[in-house]
Ligand binder design. Sequence first.
Ligand SMILES: Cc1ncc(COP(=O)(O)O)c(C=O)c1O
Length: 387
Amino acid sequence: MTNSIAARPLPSQRHLFDIPDDIAFLNCAYLSPLPKASLAAGERGLWRKAQPWSIAPADFFTSSEAVRKLFARLINAEADDVAFAPAVSYGMAQAAHNIPVRKSQTIVTLSEQFPSNVYPWMDVAERTGAAFVSVPRPGDDDWTSALLSAIEASTGIVAVPHCHWTDGGLIDLEAIGAACRRVGAVLCVDATQSVGALPLDVKRIDPDFVAVASYKWLLGPYSLGFLYVAPRWQSGRPIEHNWIARKDSEDFAGLVNYSPEFQAGARRFDVGERSNFALMPVAEASLRLLSEWTVPRVLETLRRRTHAIAERAHSAFGIASVPAHRRAGHYLGLRFSGGIPSDLPMRLAAANVFVSVRGQAMRVTPHVWNTDEDVEKLFAVLKTVLA
Ligand SMILES: Cc1ncc(COP(=O)(O)O)c(C=O)c1O
């Protein structure tokens, strides 16, 4: 997953965020803070709508096309392979609308997977009679082997994340992609908890669809996300029909000449009103920042941070986590034997230490804004509760 030559970690980038000194925000898996530059870009974007005479027809296309390209570069795709989807559920609805499924087939997911990549497939299973399979959590945290054993000749769809949202358990998507191709299954990935912090290369994995919300590891706005659509699906039917997705929509006067043809590539799957003057510049500023830092450097920074927290939690308090070789480097879920102490979330919040509980794990998901002091604050609370 990581480059063979480890990237250099980044020094703290806290100055680029509006985070008071007394806040230890270790919860990127919940919602990232917006970088100051993205907030300023959003303010400028909102202002444009206050003065609509400053918005020209070309502006409906320029910022969104720039963002499409920036996102594509992050996953080694072409801009033509990327559509705008306001939510993962929306992206998966596009996939579900296009994938033919037979009654004799199975749809494979992981247990305790995030619901936006579960409900769409439960619905497909209900409509088609296909079997919905939820791979149980493996005792050794080896999700890849567990998934590989569940992929068989009858598998029609594999709908999985890159890492488990509760504790960072890693799925080897290259191995899963190869298994899907062997049996002719369609691979739908929810990479919301990984893209931006963990490299994902669509040329190596060859997934069919990849949905990513931008408000976590892409440091972007809420309700503006992405859907990668492999070229083999780009002549499919979108779930909605909007004017800008049609050929020649740049010619506003000519919009009355309805076109049966679409804009190139995955653009037919763009959500309506994708130009989004307020939020598109926010996404653009955040993606530019990420591309300056580079994903390998972000990953190395977070890998060191989560590794140190995992080791210390284990040695000081016997708290377990997914072993490093089975965990995405940016993501950590702490497992307390006997469960999470009931007063811990309240004590952490009272000390301005922000983490989140999902399933049986307490997620600790730092980013480049975090400092050693943030980690000391976390351990100070753990000590008072557990000692
Ligand atoms: C793995 C994962 N996928 C998707 C989402 C968000 O889904 P949606 O964009 O459908 O609201 C989250 C939010 O926590 C998530 O953790």
